[in-house]
Design a protein around this ligand. Structure first.
Ligand SMILES: C[S@@+](CC[C@H](N)C(=O)[O-])C[C@H]1O[C@@H](n2cnc3c(N)ncnc32)[C@H](O)[C@@H]1O
Length: 310
């Protein structure tokens, strides 16, 4: 793991070097962050909008160069401060998709505005098909009840699609089962022999009405979990989880683990140019990824070194 103290714009690495970059800069929140009233550990986040835009723009241009062609840059920002970053990102990246992270429960102490519970993590890519691994959320009780509502002699099951989406064309054939004939206009996602095998193993869900799709039965034990969507509501912020806080704006390790798993494989290399307490470093170490950390604040780097025992 390489650790630097300095301005992110001074980082000296070859172009297209990193598989993933996690960028969690100051948010332009008009606040000063300290660990406590008497602590020096933290940073100032007060800007004129035009200076902040310039700061983000210079960093994004630099980070885009350092990112591999099939790599991913994640930009973390609070929902109330997303306008400037989103504008800059869309000027620089072809593909920008927001992930909505519901970081905390509703707040009881807000009186004159709606409580802010969402951060946005923009997933930015240079190409349509970047390196991507689908990750899964745990199967909670609500999900199990909703998604595995059918039952047969083997147990509860959900419905897996075997009919091709309407906009595409799949394998075309007709199949008769329990005196009902099925021949979807868009075709099947699997070959006839495969569907016949599933029918013989009682692995096909046959709807009671005719002219309705057939589905493959997916039993609870076979399902890897809830495929992650762009709404993440299962990871708590440091204040509401049980992780110790080492730095004022520290992010939870689970969040970084998920971002790393989505966008990289083992031994890939990750950059966090404004690393604060080094959450990205700890997650990379756990998941066997190489990592470069940097922060302009030497107090933050001291926290990182203590945290990672370096
Ligand atoms: C939101 S915090 C990062 C928190 C981090 N993700 C964590 O989990 O602890 C932003 C960090 O950006 C650093 N920073 C601000 N301007 C910088 C610059 N120009 N170059 C490098 N780091 C900078 C601050 O010192 C601060 O630690």
């Amino acid at each position: 793991m390489d650790i630097h103290t300095g301005d992110s714009l001074e980082l000296d690495y070859p172009n297209e070097y990193f598989n993933m970059i996690y960028f969690d800069p100051p948010f332009n929140s008009n606040r000063t962050y300290r660990m406590s009233a008497t602590s020096e550990v933290g940073f100032d986040d007060k800007w004129k909008d035009e200076d902040y835009k310039d700061f983000i723009d210079k960093n994004i241009k630099k980070l885009k160069k350092l990112l591999k062609n099939d790599g991913t840059l994640f930009f973390h920002i609070s929902s109330s401060c997303m306008f400037i970053p989103e504008t800059v990102l869309r000027e620089n990246f072809k593909f920008v998709e927001p992930i909505f992270w519901k970081k905390c429960r509703p707040k009881n102490n807000v009186k004159n505005k709606l409580g802010s519970v969402v951060d946005i993590i923009f997933k930015c890519n240079k190409i349509t098909k970047p390196k991507f691994n689908l990750v899964y959320q745990d199967k909670d009780e609500k999900y199990i009840k909703k998604s595995f509502a059918n039952v047969d002699e083997r147990g509860n099951y959900g419905l897996g699609r075997i009919v091709t989406e309407r906009t595409k064309i799949g394998y075309k054939y007709e199949i008769t089962i329990e005196n009902k004939t099925f021949n979807p206009a868009s075709g099947w996602t699997i070959k006839k022999e495969e569907l016949e095998r599933l029918i013989s193993e009682n692995r096909i869900h046959i709807p009671s009405k005719s002219n309705v799709n057939l589905y493959k039965k997916i039993y609870i034990s076979e399902s890897p979990g809830k495929p992650c969507t762009d709404l993440w509501d299962d990871i708590h912020s440091i204040g509401q989880g049980n992780e110790e806080r080492r730095y004022p704006t520290e992010k939870p390790i689970k969040l970084l683990e998920r971002l790393i798993l989505i966008s990289t494989n083992e031994n890939d290399i990750v950059l966090d140019p404004m690393c604060g307490s080094g959450t990205t470093g700890e997650a990379c170490r756990k998941l066997n990824r190489k990592c470069v950390l940097n922060d302009a604040n030497k107090d933050a780097i001291n926290v990182v070194k203590k945290r990672l025992a370096i």
